[in-house]
Write a new protein. Structure first.
Lengths: 324, 738
């Protein structure tokens, strides 16, 4: 850890007028870890825990507005989330541990950094930590926390969040405040593919602060499920996960949402796979075809080729579970 | 001494007496000691795996607030290496001292040490120490070490050969010829290694997280060139060690030296990341096994040859073949061990060293041999059963392995097993049933102990052994209670201090077997001392002779109706206490081979639709002689089973093949079983047959036996479910998908 200035923001306005190279402190579960191992080196840490962003409210149009500081535990157990967005509740509860979920916040989860060991060791070449230095994961160990979708020759780290996978399936807007006012970023545009600049992980501008996530209104008659596959039964980032939402009527799929975790460099929405299901019968063969389509563009690395069939299994089983 | 009372307390099911202290936080661990004027140290650890330090620039770090000093190879006192002798009780696995020279042999090696007023200041400054390395291409792991062409160095004394294994194998009607590998594993005790060191008038006081206060004391005395009287080591509680805390590692030397240099107490906690590099590990092994059987399934040839990776600085052999000469009847056997060097930290003992990886391989290969001839693997083991240690040509002191096979099989329901691969199903899941034998050598050591009967009616017991979380405090109290008849809640047990009478290292499953006789003998000596007082001048029994007096349930009586508790007697005589001291020998009668045995029966569930593998049921029948405490004994076996599941399915310490740097050196990515991974059903059957050829209490020790064979039983169950024979641990889902 290096010394930093500590500031406490009483208002959003104060928060967004912070000095350069500052970091917002919410739950701190990721920020403090990375500061302690010297990977993140903010000059100023701005504590935003006093901002009034801790409520969940149903909006008149049916959408759900979630404050940035709502804890993962609170969100997972919220009655509306449990009844209308089961996939989100299940995703949250499959992540981390009880203690971490109690501290971790909604906005903090959106801002989670990758688990790639070469990013975290402070020494190896890593384009995310030290742009232009190279990617040690390509050609190194890349079994568990590396992606097969959305990778580039600059970075292959997978996005670690479970919550974000569910939100990608549900559809959401991310409300941010900044020096230039408030704007809403579509959830699917928030996280960026690594491309040539893996150090740019999200669409926030300097000093912009996430204030809310607004979930789309639930799809009428939907059933949803989050299935997380990993080596051990708990406390491990997904090797592959699938968040699905399906609405059927008259024996055919009316609407299907499929989002994937553990396999993509960002929370991965499998739109073409969803498209392939619409208007079709919810059969094993159609699920398998959707799963195949979801990974059409996948690129395997030395140790993670198994994530392609594993991700396909996650899709098929999660769809089978909601249809059963 | 009252026999019925002894029978009741030895073998009882008692909660551990140190539980309340641990639960309430009153138990003090090494890093809980915050001494007056204490300073804190943080290491700078090598970020290359091999090479040399060209330059260390401490100028920026030295100016940071709170920094007191920064040590490195150019600024560190000259110390001495320890002879590293088991007999002299000053053994270490890494003899090289920290900061000896500018060479880097492994990643995470201490290259500098910052001492500051606070932990945070020391760490902040450590990040600003600039080290300029001349890096060389490392030998990152066992595979690379074997590929160098370097001839493996034989570990001569551990080999074994009988008969003519090569020609017997060639002539065998059925042959299994396979290679198994096990990865490097890291102990990962909850409590991180920690040293709190202070010097007082030229003497060293060290609060160390250690499994051996006597070894730590003797080792530090050698390293600092001091008589042992001038070193005191405290370890009343440790958050386990699994073998990683048997010996002194570089951090303790660095902390003590720094404390002497700056003239203040120094505390050094090894960060979790460096627990993967500089405090030992279970080394990676490659094991070549050949099994020859005759037409009926009898073993005619058995060969088990192991090579493991050791460090560049010391040779540590992983004796994976240690059970192979013993466990089965076979006339032609060969066992060998050898090492190759890599740029990794020095390996050390990890729970059931040798036997844990060795029985994964042997018990998998036995399963393969049984399957190859269409025989039930349990029937195969029974056919090749022996009650004679053919390796040493001695009978076992006590063996109930056949009973373990039978009781375990019955409890598990083995007879309902359909031998056909993939034939047992439950919904989406394929069910696999596998089994394996366990084996661990029974050992004991010399020990001393002190027991004091006190005028307040309590008993005080002390011994310089340690309770590493296994229940030694409780077992010691039970032993003193058995002899004195005083209930355990009036017995005060003091362990983990090198000033107490010399006690054993808490390792090798020998602490219980070693200390019980010493405690009992000291307690009897205290009773004799009490009788001397009682029959002397002013004594209440001055008319009687010592032989007339009986001591039971804490009372002395003359058999003629007169009796008095020891507390009253001492009070009456104005005496503080009656002391007994004893020394017992670890020597064992050479007419027997001493071993513990057992059998694991394991059920796994494999869901091929989502590639999910879980251990759902374990039945383990364990033959370790007398059970001293049902509760702590079962707890040891249950814990070992869970650790064995980790070994089977999850654990492996990874290093980057190019840089040699650690990859998964944290609790998130180095996987051990979580609560959710505990099998829904675990049954431990403790056979409880006292082994009086081994010791007067007949208890052989129970810390390690439970992990031996477990990974083999899991692998065999996985084969039964999936038809895939995974010969390389851990059995991860990607290996089963391939």
């Amino acid at each position: 850890m290096r010394t930093f200035d500590y500031a406490r923001a009483e208002t959003t306005g104060q928060a967004v007028s912070s000095a350069d190279n500052s970091a917002f402190l919410a739950g701190g579960t990721n920020l403090l870890d990375l500061v302690k191992i010297d990977i993140m080196r903010p000059d100023t840490v701005v504590d935003i825990n006093r901002l009034p962003l801790k409520t969940i409210e149903r909006m008149p149009d049916g959408r759900l507005k979630i404050g940035a500081l709502v804890s993962n535990t609170t969100l997972a157990h919220d009655p509306i989330v449990r009844s209308d967005y089961a996939v989100l509740s299940e995703a949250l509860l499959s992540g981390a541990s009880t203690q971490l979920r109690n501290k971790a916040t909604t906005a903090g989860n959106l801002m989670q950094r990758v688990r790639c060991p070469y990013f975290r060791d402070g020494v190896s070449a890593c384009n995310k930590r030290d742009p232009g230095s190279g990617c040690s994961a390509i050609g190194g160990f890349n079994r568990s926390v590396h992606a097969v979708l959305g990778t580039s020759d600059k970075c292959i780290a997978s996005h670690p969040s479970d919550m974000c996978v569910a939100m990608a399936a549900i559809g959401a807007g991310i409300v941010v405040s900044g020096p230039e006012g408030e704007r809403t970023i579509d959830f699917l545009d928030f996280h960026l593919l690594p491309g040539d600049s893996p150090e740019q992980e999200h669409a926030l501008k300097p000093n912009e602060l996430i204030t809310h996530v607004i979930l789309d209104a639930p799809i009428r008659g939907n059933r949803s499920h989050y299935l997380k596959l990993r080596d051990r039964a708990s406390y491990q980032f997904a090797l592959a996960s699938s968040g699905v939402i399906v609405a059927t009527s008259g024996g055919v799929v009316q609407d299907a949402r499929i989002a994937l975790g553990g396999v993509g460099t960002k929370p991965w929405r499998a739109s073409r796979a969803e498209q392939s299901l619409r208007g079709k019968a919810p059969t094993q063969a159609n699920f398998e075809e959707a799963a195949r389509i979801a990974f059409e563009d996948a690129k395997a690395y030395k140790h993670n080729a198994f994530k392609i069939p594993l991700g396909q299994q996650a899709i098929v089983r999660s769809l089978t579970t909601v249809i059963a | 001494m009252s026999k019925p009372n002894e029978a009741k307390i030895i073998g009882a099911s008692l909660p551990r007496i140190d539980g309340p202290e641990k639960l309430s936080g009153a138990a003090k661990y090494a890093a809980d000691n915050h001494l007056p004027r204490m300073s804190y140290a943080y290491g700078v650890f090598s970020t290359i795996a091999s090479g040399r330090i060209q330059d260390i620039d401490v100028s920026q770090a030295r100016q940071m607030s709170g920094v007191l000093d920064i040590f490195h190879h150019g600024h560190f006192p000259t110390l001495y290496r320890t002879p590293s002798s088991m007999e002299q009780e000053n053994k270490v696995d890494e003899t090289r001292l920290p900061f000896e020279d500018d060479k880097v042999y492994y990643p995470g090696q201490f290259v500098a040490l910052v001492v500051a007023e606070t932990f945070e200041q020391a760490r902040a400054a450590a990040y600003r120490v600039k080290v300029d390395y001349a890096s060389e291409k490392p030998i990152a792991d066992l595979e690379q070490a074997l590929a160098t062409g370097e001839q493996p160095k034989p570990h001569g004394e551990s080999g074994h050969e009988r008969g003519d294994p090569a020609s017997a194998f060639n002539q065998a009607s059925n042959q299994i010829d396979v290679i198994y590998t096990t990865p490097m594993e890291t102990h990962n005790p909850m409590e991180m290694h920690a040293s709190t060191a202070m010097w007082d008038d030229g003497s060293l006081v060290l609060y160390e997280s250690t499994q051996g206060v006597i070894f730590a004391r003797n080792t530090m005395a050698k390293i600092f060139g001091l008589p042992v009287e001038r070193v005191v080591v405290h370890a009343p509680f440790i958050g386990s060690g699994f073998g990683s805390k048997l010996w002194i590692w570089p951090h303790a030397v660095a902390a003590a030296a720094a404390s002497r240099q700056i003239g203040r107490p120094v505390q050094l906690v090894v960060p979790r990341q460096q627990m993967f590099t500089t405090t030992g590990h279970r080394p990676a092994t490659q094991q070549h096994i050949q099994i020859g059987t005759d037409a009926e399934g009898r073993l005619v040839a058995l060969s088990h040859e192991t090579v493991n990776a050791t460090s560049m600085v010391n040779t540590v052999a992983e004796l994976a073949g240690r059970c192979t000469p013993t466990l089965y009847s076979c006339s032609n056997v060969k066992v060998s061990h050898a090492t190759v060097r890599a740029n990794i930290g020095t390996p050390t003992a990890m729970r059931a060293p040798g036997a844990a990886p060795g029985l994964f391989a042997l018990e998998s290969a036995i399963d393969e041999a049984a399957v190859a001839i269409g025989m039930d693997p349990l029937a195969f083991r029974k056919l090749n059963y022996t009650e004679h240690d053919e390796g040493q040509d001695l009978p076992f002191s006590s063996i109930h392995l056949m009973e373990a096979y039978e009781k375990g099989a019955e409890k598990f329901g083995w007879s309902r097993r359909n031998p056909e691969v993939g034939s047992m199903r439950d919904g989406n899941e394929l069910i696999g049933w596998g089994m394996a034998a366990c084996n661990w050598e029974a050992l004991k050591q010399d020990s001393e102990a002190h027991v004091s009967l006190r005028s307040n009616g309590t008993v005080y017991v002390s011994c310089a052994t340690q309770d590493i979380g296994t229940g030694t405090y409780t077992v010691v109290a039970q032993t003193a209670s058995a002899v004195t008849g005083v209930p355990v809640d009036r017995i005060q047990v003091k362990l983990g201090d090198s000033t107490y009478p010399r006690g054993p290292l808490a390792g090798g499953s020998w602490a219980t077997a070693t200390v019980m006789p010493a405690i009992a003998k000291a307690a009897k000596a205290a009773i004799e001392e009490l009788k001397t007082y009682a029959t002397g001048d002013d004594g209440p029994f001055q008319e009687a002779s010592m032989d007339d007096l009986q001591f039971s349930d804490g009372q002395l009586s003359d058999g003629n109706g007169k009796s008095i508790t020891f507390g009253e007697l001492l009070k009456e005589m104005k005496l503080a206490n009656a002391d007994g001291r004893a020394t017992t020998s670890g020597e064992m009668n050479s007419d027997y081979s001493y071993n513990s045995f057992g059998a694991h029966f394991v059920e796994v569930r494999w869901d091929p639709g989502i590639s999910r593998l879980r251990v759902s049921r374990v039945v383990s029948a364990i033959d370790v002689g007398q059970i001293v405490n049902q509760k702590t004994a079962a707890n040891q076996v249950e814990g070992a089973i869970v650790m064995g599941i980790g070994m089977a399915l999850y654990e492996q310490t990874e290093y980057d093949p190019r840089s040699g740097l650690p990859v998964n050196n944290n609790y998130a990515e180095y996987l051990v079983p979580t609560h959710a991974d505990q099998p829904p059903e675990v049954d431990v059957l403790l056979l409880d047959h006292p082994d009086y050829n081994f010791s007067e209490f007949g208890a052989r020790g129970i810390g390690e036996i439970g992990i031996t064979g477990l990974a083999g039983a899991v692998a065999n169950a996985v084969y039964h479910a999936t038809g895939k024979r995974i010969r390389s641990l851990p059995i991860t889902l990607d290996k089963l998908m391939a």
